[in-house]
Design a protein around this ligand. Structure first.
Ligand SMILES: Nc1ncnc2c1ncn2[C@@H]1O[C@H](COP(=O)(O)OP(=O)(O)OP(=O)(O)O)[C@@H](O)[C@H]1O
Length: 349
């Protein structure tokens, strides 16, 4: 697959970002076109094109200063683009900030609550600010406390909440106005593993059950990988790649090469690696490390680089050569590999 087809912008420094056209049956709910933000001479966001479908969970990934927050602020109408346009639920946040605000819930990395008031009071307060009647506000607050697993803490003061509870309450708070899109900035920061699991499950169920569109900015690759349908990798104001994990992973198989890890019990019998390297389609045998340079899974595991999937032939050759095959796996990339590999590439340019 070409890099372009996979959504990788080979000319990230000079040309507009290329985003794959994934299936979007309901049409985009977020559409960014050539969106640009300059601070003086510094380009914080550089001609960004991105479209996100209704119900999608999209992860924005990138190092500090990449432009994620600036992008979010432009989407919320909190800062104006220098050029280009954002459309959220059909509205331009630069012109119709209030309309956008009514449809988008934003959860910053640290939500401000009235600490000496209860969770219920805080939610009712937000609901009233959003124009709900007293009765509706209370009903909605109770329903959301239930949904976020906080019913038992409804009358506890927020000041006594753990970080995980605060974030769940934050989610309840942004859901009060029944948004179509929620934007979450590092939602799992400082939460323990069990709290993270619960929060991610909650976010995922909101998208699945209620068709809520979620944009999630995070540094936590594993978490993003668990729940996002697609991710976008941001570097220096540019989206250098976007797609689902599988697509991004395949795009890393440069030149269509396939990497198969093979391990045997004890040491490799003499001549067997030579025989493997003579198989038609084998390009190289790497004795140490996988494709991204990480340590191999064991001392007797090698990586066979092939131009096609030679898994059966490799197994046959190893067994036929008298070795005990203990490990055979076509290498697949996790988001960690993808992320680091894309950044390596960026440095190679
Ligand atoms: N108000 C501002 N004035 C000048 N430069 C700014 C301003 N806001 C952001 N920048 C710069 O724009 C770039 C993008 O910043 P931004 O906060 O959007 O990045 P980020 O990806 O959200 O980073 P982080 O993960 O650290 O939050 C950075 O170089 C930053 O210094």
């Amino acid at each position: 697959m070409s890099h372009e087809a996979a959504g990788i912008n080979e000319h990230a420094g000079t040309a507009a970002t290329v985003i794959p056209q994934t299936k979007q049956p309901d049409g985009p709910i977020i559409e960014l076109t050539q969106l640009t933000k300059k601070y003086g001479d510094h380009i914080a966001v550089n001609r960004l094109n991105l479209s996100i479908a209704k119900g999608e969970i999209f992860g924005l990934l990138g190092p500090n200063g990449a432009g994620k927050t600036t992008t979010i602020l432009m989407m919320l109408g909190l800062t104006e683009p220098t050029s280009g346009q954002a459309k959220i639920c059909g509205h331009d946040p630069a012109r119709e900030a209030l309309r956008v605000k009514s449809k988008v819930g934003y959860l910053p990395d640290d939500v401000g609550f009235y600490e000496d008031r209860t969770a219920l009071d805080n939610l009712i307060y937000t609901a009233r600010l959003n124009g709900l009647s007293k009765r509706e506000a209370a009903e909605r607050a109770f329903a959301l406390l239930e949904k976020t697993g906080l019913s038992d803490s409804a009358v506890k003061k927020v000041g006594a909440f753990s970080r995980g509870m605060r974030q769940r309450l934050g989610l309840a708070d942004v859901l009060i106005k029944n948004p179509e899109v929620i934007i979450l900035d590092e939602p799992t920061l400082g939460i323990d593993p069990e709290g993270v699991r619960e929060l991610l499950e909650l976010i995922s169920s909101l998208s699945r059950d209620e068709g809520l569109t979620v944009l999630l900015s995070s540094h936590h690759l594993h978490q993003v990988q668990q729940i996002c349908d697609r991710v976008g990798l941001f570097v220096q104001g540019k989206l250098i790649a976007a797609g689902d994990i599988e697509t991004l992973s395949k795009a890393l198989d440069e030149d269509g090469l396939i990497f198969i890890e093979v391990g045997v019990a004890a040491a490799w019998p003499g001549g067997l690696l030579d025989r493997l390297s003579e198989l038609e389609g084998v390009k190289e045998i790497r004795k140490e490390g996988g494709k991204t340079g990480e340590a191999a899974p064991g001392p007797d595991v090698v990586t066979v680089v092939c131009d096609r999937d030679l898994t059966p032939q490799i197994a046959e050759t190893v067994i036929g050569g008298g070795a005990e095959l203990t490990y055979l796996r076509r290498k697949e990339y996790g988001l960690d590999d993808i992320y680091h590999r894309y950044f390596e590439r960026k440095g190679e340019r």
